[in-house]
Design a protein around this ligand. Structure first.
Ligand code: IPD
Ligand code: CA
Ligand code: CA
Length: 262
């Protein structure tokens, strides 16, 4: 499958940042045993990854706008297009030497995500999607799972940490969902939770208090793989509300009803 020029640019940037992160990740594994720990080192790795991506993308498309987790928002001369970038999604995993993190890059055009790349560099899994062209992992076309029974469904979520306010809602969600499904996973990288729904590994995923860069690329993966996605609160915009519920076509309605407590 041949992607657009923009998609190829995104893949190249994700690979270059991914290579740098893989090198840093090996170092992080060594730093676990040091008294100081790998904290500062990871902050530097994260910033360096965004610098690499920004350099590649903005050099090639200097008129596009930019929204990156580490460097914030910059308006472009072309107000209709912007990159949305999380250079390292799954930072806590990276920091602890867990090989489950990704580079996430999306391109938005007139308020719509048109291309998305999620690169799991540690496993060399390149997930990508373009509007109307499907979702792919390396050379393989992706399709959401075919499961239609809630009791067979495996779901992913993000459990609020630190000062996040949605812990009670999450505990209530789990109490309603868990007795009737095959399990719930919290793997700590939102972009890969989406990618795993797109590839049929998970049957659904929901989370609150996310940022646009956690979701933009992953959302397109799920939709282009035949899945559905909405904000947790019905009728709200996903990126604006910072919440999402997504899943395969067979379970989305039942799953949504449980999470929304309908
Ligand atoms: C985080 C991860 C995590 C999600 C958090 C995000 P970061 O992104 O995607 O899975 O639960 O809400 O902030 O900080 O690792 O880029
Ligand atoms: Ca993130
Ligand atoms: Ca991040």
């Amino acid at each position: 499958m041949q992607g657009s020029a923009n998609l190829n640019l995104m893949i190249k940037a994700a690979r270059r940042a991914g290579r740098a992160l893989v090198k840093d990740f090996r170092e992080v594994e060594n730093l676990q045993v040091s008294a100081k720990g790998p904290g500062d080192f990871v902050t530097k790795a994260d910033r360096e990854a965004e610098r690499i991506i920004k350099e590649d993308l903005m050099e090639a498309r200097p008129t596009y706008g930019w929204l990156g987790e580490e460097t914030g928002a910059t308006a472009g001369a072309d107000p209709t297009r912007r990159w949305i970038v999380d250079p390292l999604d799954g930072t806590t995993n990276f920091l602890h030497g867990l090989p489950h993190w990704a580079v996430s890059i999306a391109l938005e055009h007139k308020g719509e995500i048109v291309s998305g790349v999620v690169f799991d560099a540690a496993k060399d899994e390149m997930y990508w999607a373009e509007k109307g062209a499907g979702a792919w992992m390396n050379e393989r076309r992706l399709r959401v799972s075919g499961r239609r029974q809630m009791h067979e469904g495996l779901f992913a979520t993000g459990v609020p940490f630190g000062a996040k306010k949605t812990l009670p809602a999450m505990v209530a969600d789990l109490a309603r969902l868990m007795p009737g499904c095959a399990g719930v996973r919290r793997w700590g990288a939102a972009s890969l939770d989406f990618a795993y729904v797109a590839s049929g590994r998970f049957d659904g995923y929901w989370e609150r208090e996310l940022q646009p860069w956690d979701m933009a690329a992953g959302l397109l993966l799920v939709r282009e793989a035949g899945g559905f996605a909405e904000a947790v609160r019905e009728g709200y915009d996903i990126l604006d509300s910072g919440s999402v519920i997504c899943g395969n076509d067979g379970l989305f309605d039942a799953f949504t009803k449980i999470i929304r407590n309908l």
